[in-house]
Ligand binder design. Structure first.
Ligand code: GRF
Length: 205
């Protein structure tokens, strides 16, 4: 197992994980995936195993509190000395205990143009609100949900006629192109956390 690489946290389908694996395999991301960590058994675990990645299932249901779960996460992740922790559909809200351990090294992708539509069911809420531009945001993770510094946003137009499924598909496509690019740029130090380097992509269609 190669240390000092990327550690990816998942909980579900793993389509962003897949996009990141492809970007490592095709050389766009020049650092290895040190581990894939899942808080439950899920589809993403199969993707990780199929790609022979170091796959750790740390099931949150095996711990009687968030504190003990996060302590176990820290115990297992710290020795890997990750350069970047990438949340890709990870369904736990990390507390300050974990965030402090990996300061400025944790990023997330959220399926809305933050600060609009924090939390869950973003596409349904965007549709109900009648927004015309919708998208996704890559941001640093802090102790408040979906509130850390924005690094990049990908946007597209949506209309009342779009179904929620169509919107999800459209936004996921953007996520799969944007997230690996941001990871590569952060690791190459082309984005400096202390500066206002914002990447904004508008995807027509
Ligand atoms: C994505 O929509 C991402 O923005 C959100 O969770 C979903 C994860 O999908 N944080 P997947 O597991 O990567 O397919």
């Amino acid at each position: 197992m190669v240390k000092n690489g990327i550690v990816i946290f998942i909980s579900g389908r793993g389509s962003n994980l897949n996009a990141i694996i492809s970007a490592v395999n095709n050389g766009m991301i020049k650092y290895p995936i040190t581990a894939v960590v899942s808080d439950r058994y899920c589809e993403g675990v199969e993707i990780s195993k199929k790609n022979n990645l170091n796959t750790l299932i740390i099931d949150y249901k095996d711990y009687n509190s968030k504190l003990t779960f996060e302590k176990e996460l820290i115990k297992r992740i710290k020795p890997l000395n990750p350069k970047l922790i990438v949340l890709a559909g990870f369904m736990q809200i990390l507390s300050i205990l974990f965030i402090k351990e990996f300061k400025s090294k944790i990023i997330n992708i959220h399926p809305s143009l933050l600060p609009s539509f924090k939390g869950l069911n973003t596409h349904a809420r965007a549709k109900a609100a009648g927004v015309l531009i919708h998208g996704c945001t890559v941001h640093f993770v802090n102790e408040e949900i979906d509130s850390g510094k924005i690094i990049a946003q990908g946007a597209t137009s949506i209309s009342k006629e779009c179904s929620e499924i169509e919107i999800e598909k459209k936004i996921l496509n953007i996520e799969h192109s944007l997230y690996p690019k941001v990871i590569a740029k952060l690791l190459n130090k082309e984005i400096n956390i202390n500066e206002n380097d914002l990447i904004l992509c508008y995807y027509e269609k």
